[in-house]
Design a protein around this ligand. Structure first.
Ligand code: HEC
Length: 111
């Protein structure tokens, strides 16, 4: 009886743990965001030269292609409009590691 309860608890714990294992690596994302100079133009909750990440997250919420759009933006340096109306190439992330870029995109979308 106790064993059965334990087994059920363990199974339950596993279902809770699994999604967590696939979750965003917060520290890695914050570090890459800083090292890439993104903080110069973006903060999580306030607009700087670029929009706040919370605004971006809200914009892409529930959109299947949100992550892919951000990965494109962060790797292909498209032209973007600054707050003052001038155009500049958007800064690319300081890594070629696709998993790291993806992690950063997911982190932004989770704000
Ligand atoms: C020189 C300033 C500047 C830097 C540095 C910069 N960005 Fe941006 N970023 C912008 C501007 C301006 C926009 C707004 C583009 C638009 O609205 O078209 C933007 C847009 C974005 C968006 C929103 C895209 C969307 O579709 O809503 C994300 C996410 C983003 N940047 C992430 C980053 C990351 C991550 C870095 C670091 C690798 C970074 N930015 C570096 C200025 C900057």
């Amino acid at each position: 009886m106790i064993l059965k309860t334990l087994a059920a608890a363990a199974a339950f714990a596993c279902t809770l743990w699994l999604p967590a294992a696939a979750a965003v690596d917060n520290d890695a994302a914050v570090k890459l965001n800083k090292e890439s100079g993104c903080t110069k133009c973006h903060s999580v909750d306030k607009a700087k030269k670029g929009p706040a990440y919370q605004k971006t997250a809200a914009k892409y919420k529930g959109k299947a292609d949100g992550e892919a759009k951000l990965v494109d933006l962060l790797t292909k340096s498209p032209k973007v409009k600054m707050e003052d109306g001038s155009e500049e190439e958007h800064k690319a992330v300081a890594t070629k590691d696709a998993a790291q870029v993806k992690n950063l995109a997911q982190w932004i979308l989770a704000q």
